[in-house]
Design a protein around this ligand. Structure first.
Ligand code: FMN
Length: 169
């Protein structure tokens, strides 16, 4: 599979089968997150793999959607504040950028394995901190449900035309 084919194959999977994710597949996906680049190589992140019944129920209460409940496991992608690089010129923290890159590594690695994911940011982050007992310096930035896609949930991509998003100077 070319990289373009991988990009085409990844889509937001909003429905999963009951089949479990194998430990090897999960380890492969987490390794791909570990290899992501970050500003000044700070790696200001932590990933919580949630597969227990209690953990899943807690996350499902932070993002109450029927499709979200079908995922066999979740990866909570957290920014570790205080570890991310801050640009001296203007004080811009780079944790959001770093976690986004690592999170997309997860999604693309999962797609390569034939697994599905969906970025979820529209969740109750405060509740997530409380229920997962996250440390003070950890911000849950993205919830990633991970599992085998339910074919019935497949959705074609819609994208702007290249001319609309690229300016050549
Ligand atoms: C930063 C970010 C936040 C997102 N949050 C949500 C979300 O809370 N719930 C959801 O169902 N999809 C969410 N999505 C998925 C987008 O809706 C999806 O990527 C977009 O519609 C393009 O579709 P595709 O991923 O299938 O190519 C999010 C995506 C990104 C990148």
């Amino acid at each position: 599979m070319t990289f373009k084919e991988l990009c085409e194959s990844r889509y937001s999977v909003r429905g999963y089968t009951a089949e479990a994710v194998s430990p090897d597949q999960l380890a492969y996906i987490l390794e791909c997150a570990r290899l992501a680049p970050s500003a000044v190589n700070r790696q200001p992140w932590h990933f919580h793999v949630v597969s227990s019944a209690e953990g899943r129920a807690a996350l499902q209460s932070c993002y109450d959607r029927p499709w979200f409940r079908t995922a066999p496991l979740y990866i909570v992608c957290c920014i570790r504040h205080g570890q991310a690089w801050v640009r001296p010129a203007d004080g811009k923290g780079h944790g959001d950028i770093d976690i986004a890159i690592a999170t997309e590594h997860i999604c693309l690695a999962a797609a390569e394995q034939g697994l599905g994911t969906c970025w979820v940011c529209n969740f109750d982050a405060r509740r997530c901190c409380e229920l997962l007992h996250l440390p003070e310096n950890e911000e849950p930035a993205v919830l990633i449900p991970l599992g085998h896609p339910d074919p019935a949930a497949h959705k074609a991509k819609q994208r702007k035309a290249i001319e609309e998003i690229v300016t050549r100077r």
